[in-house]
Design a protein around this ligand. Structure first.
Ligand SMILES: C[S@@+](CC[C@H](N)C(=O)[O-])C[C@H]1O[C@@H](n2cnc3c(N)ncnc32)[C@H](O)[C@@H]1O
Length: 439
């Protein structure tokens, strides 16, 4: 047996559970374990960090085992050995300490694996190992980004900042900064998102008084900027066609104000129930959640869509751009998954574009940067739906941000919003704005 401390043993149990139940997310499995084991917050944080670290380095761990374990790893040792290898690779455990636990591993080989992999000349293979991503995704990233694929992937593997969005229904961003400072929580303003703040050092944000009062929500800067692109009129009507737990719907609720209305749709009852809870905390009773079937909108939703000033389709996607927040997504992004979500993206965007009122705006967004989920979807729908035209996002940003000059996160000619962790420090999001010409 390999001597493991309690938290290490729990991480191995999580990994074994994940193999048995490949559909469960890492977060679901951890929540269940934390409940069952009654772990304190500090212990939970440690387990989460070890488990994410392991998931982020799975392919490197396998590569290290192939190169440094005599005769391969068998039976009950598989989990503990892999965990210790992932800890050594992440610099969280010294080879000396690891040797005390497993004397027969070539730990000096394990520590050199990351440098070894950097020397692999075949870019897709290198990406596959460095990012623990599927061979298909590694090839796609190399095709789309060429040599920039590696920095792009490294950005996706990095640590995400903690970013929040102040709730204008509660007060200003400056009021929030002052309120948080009274609780020793230091923040700075986001570079672009008008309501955004970035945490300067770790803090128990969700235990703060400001959070209980609904003064803010956690939301990445790119997601905030996509919501800003919708820029609904004060008192306006917005249809959020894929609202999920309400990240953007809540932001839109702040923009339309209490005299406006946000109708938030989703197919998932549990996400909508999270949305309602968050809307209550944000004092936003003008945000209404409706559960809709996958295939169509009921007549009353079609009526609302016809009258909406704005429709947002924040479509289900591969999630590539948010990998640094969801490390267990990495193995799931492959060709079939992208094909599956593309079909939903086309269907949802076409449905919204057909109903969109002349003069109203339709915003299409994803948290990925694969062109087949983004520009290509927009192009296809513009061909299918007569009178639909693209509005350059640069025009909209010029109206809503106090920035003059070119913005770093727009594509050529300012047509689309496209952010990347390695270029902008934000999650990878895409946004396009469409309008129906008045005939
Ligand atoms: C990218 S997430 C939305 C994130 C959310 N807008 C936010 O800002 O937090 C996509 C959502 O689309 C939902 N969805 C999938 N198919 C749908 C459909 N046909 N109609 C409405 N929502 C759908 C999923 O349940 C998921 O919550």
């Amino acid at each position: 047996m390999i001597p493991l401390d309690r938290l290490d043993a729990l991480v191995v149990a999580l990994w074994e559970q994940k193999i048995k139940d490949s559909k469960a997310s890492a977060m679901q499995l951890m929540r269940k374990l934390f409940r069952e084991q009654g772990l304190r917050p500090k212990q939970q944080k440690r387990v989460k960090s070890l488990f994410h670290q392991w998931l982020s380095t799975e392919a490197l761990v396998e590569y290290a085992l192939e190169n440094s374990a005599p005769g391969g790893i068998i039976g009950v040792l598989a989990g503990p050995v892999r965990l210790l290898v992932s800890r050594v690779l992440a610099g969280d455990l010294s080879p000396k300490e690891a040797r005390k636990k497993i004397p027969w591993m070539a730990w000096d080989v394990v520590v050199g694996i990351p440098q070894e992999v950097q020397k692999i000349p075949d870019l897709p293979r290198r990406l596959e190992l460095l990012g623990s991503i599927s061979p298909w995704l590694a090839r796609r990233l190399s095709e789309v980004f060429g040599e920039e694929a590696q920095p792009c992937l490294e950005g996706l593997l990095g640590k995400a900042p903690v970013t929040i969005r102040s709730n204008p229904l509660w007060g200003t961003r400056e009021d929030l900064q002052v309120s948080l400072e009274e609780e020793d929580i230091l923040t700075r303003q986001c570079s672009y998102a008008p309501y955004g703040l970035v945490l300067e050092k770790p803090a128990q944000l969700l235990r703060s008084r400001a959070f209980r009062e609904g003064a803010f929500e956690l939301q990445d800067e790119a997601s905030q900027l996509v919501a800003s692109l919708v820029f609904p009129p004060l008192g306006g009507l917005v249809l959020d066609a894929c609202a999920g737990a309400g990240g953007k719907a809540l932001a839109l609720g702040g923009m339309v104000g209490k005299n406006g209305r946000v109708v938030a749709l989703d197919t998932s009852a549990s996400r909508l129930s999270d949305l309602r809870r968050r809307a209550r905390r944000a004092r936003a009773d003008h945000i209404e959640g409706f559960r809709v079937p996958q295939e169509r909108w009921p007549p009353r939703i079609i009526e609302i869509a016809r009258k909406a000033d704005r429709i947002l389709v924040d479509a289900p996607c591969s999630g590539l751009g948010s990998l640094r927040r969801n490390p267990d997504l990495r193995g799931r992004i492959h060709e079939n998954e992208v094909r599956r979500v593309r079909a939903i993206q086309l269907r949802l965007l076409e449905r919204a574009a057909q109903i969109l009122a002349p003069g109203a705006l339709l915003v299409y967004a994803t948290c990925t940067f694969l062109p087949e989920e983004n520009q290509e979807i927009v192009d296809e729908i513009c061909q299918r739906v007569p009178g639909l035209e693209r509005v350059p996002v640069a025009e909209i940003f010029a109206r809503i941000l106090e920035e003059s000059g070119p913005l770093p996160f727009t594509t050529e000619e300012g047509m689309f919003f496209q952010s990347f962790p390695h270029r902008h420090g934000m999650d990878g999001f895409f946004g396009a704005v469409l309008r129906k010409r008045r005939s």
